[in-house]
Design a protein around this ligand. Structure first.
Ligand code: ADP
Ligand code: MG
Length: 322
């Protein structure tokens, strides 16, 4: 298979065809028509074999996740996703692998109506890099710097399952077969909270997606906003599977595990009514986990109000984790 054949066979024909794509795959660059009055929101993220996923991972899950992590970033800005580019480096043109990869990738792309409009293909260690583009009405992007004292802090979905699956994989916290099956998708096929992110524009003062652990990511919001937070550890939303492992695994996978791809956002009291009105439209649970305060830094307390310190602070590619 030549490079040209590979692009034609796997990427040129694809399920989504948007009216705002003037020139898609096949020319030197794509020509795109953003809607009037909207701002372009752009992000990129990559998945490296051996770093972000194990070589034996189902290629469909890799395809799904490569796009999901980018859609999650757009969601955290309150953006409506539209287009993406795929920069693929792979050791050989493995048709069976590409077939499954594309199935996972395009299933998620179709679900959100996002179109692949270009990319690049090269030989090398397996590395999937995606750049995604979306829109927000002018001036309405959700940022990290809008949290104010008195705002409530919420998270979507449940935290920590992905970190538990990773610990299982690494052999540090083995799960039974049924427990593993119950939560493995949370690591392999995270659900980007796209619809929720768009709704947040109506009432949230800040938002971030939780990719490196809630403590670390909320920390970025606090720093950008120049505020502090009081987080109640025992309010963190956990799945039934995690609850069953809580005594052994502790709270750290939920607080500092990473790979959750949930949204953490803040809501000022004056927007509580609006939030309550729109909450039924969310496709997942939403949990209040604490409050923004004026003092600096993140304070975590347990149910009894005693200070709690996580053992690790969150995922960082350049810092060794215990
Ligand atoms: P050029 O050499 O001009 O950069 P390429 O031969 O690399 O062009 O790409 C030809 C067309 O195929 C371009 O439209 C490019 O965006 C697209 N393309 C290449 N690789 C991919 C890919 N992995 N996914 C989607 N589109 C791709
Ligand atoms: Mg060219």
């Amino acid at each position: 298979m030549t490079e040209f054949d590979l692009i034609q066979r796997f990427f040129a024909a694809q399920p989504v065809a948007r009216d705002d794509v003037v020139v898609g795959i096949g020319d030197d660059a794509a020509v795109l028509a953003p809607p009037a009055g909207q701002q372009l929101v752009v992000t990129t993220d990559n998945l490296v074999e051996g770093v972000h996923f194990a070589p034996e991972t189902d290629p469909a899950a890799v395809g799904h996740k490569a796009l999901a992590v980018n859609l999650s970033d757009l969601a955290a800005m309150g953006a409506e996703p539209a287009w993406f580019l795929l920069n693929l480096t792979l050791p050989r043109p493995d048709a069976a692998w590409l077939e499954k990869f594309c199935a996972g990738l395009f299933a998620l792309a179709s679900a959100h109506g996002v179109q692949l409009v270009g990319g690049n293909t090269a030989r090398g260690p397996l590395n999937i890099s995606i750049e995604a583009h979306g829109f927000v009405p002018e001036g309405e992007a959700l940022r990290r710097d809008g949290a104010r004292p008195g705002d409530s802090i919420y998270v979507t979905g449940e935290l920590g399952d992905a970190a538990l699956v990773l610990r299982h994989r690494l052999g540090t916290h083995p799960l039974s077969g049924s427990d593993f099956d119950a939560i493995r998708e949370r690591l392999e096929r995270p659900t980007p909270r796209v619809r929720e992110g768009r709704l947040l524009r109506r009432f949230a003062s800040s938002a971030i997606d939780v990719s490196d652990g809630l403590a670390a990511d909320l920390g970025h919001v606090l720093e950008a906003s120049g505020v502090g937070a009081l987080l109640v550890r025992d309010r963190l939303p956990l799945s039934p599977t995690y609850r069953a492992h809580l005594a052994e695994a502790g709270w750290d996978p939920a607080l500092a595990g990473g790979d959750d791809y949930e949204l953490c956002f803040t809501v000022p009291a004056r927007h509580d009514a609006e939030f309550t009105r729109w909450q039924p439209k969310f496709g997942c649970r939403v949990t209040c986990v604490g409050e923004i305060v004026s003092g600096p830094g993140l304070q975590i307390v347990d149910a009894a109000g005693n200070r709690y310190e996580p053992q690790r602070s969150g995922h960082d590619h350049f810092v060794a984790s215990p």
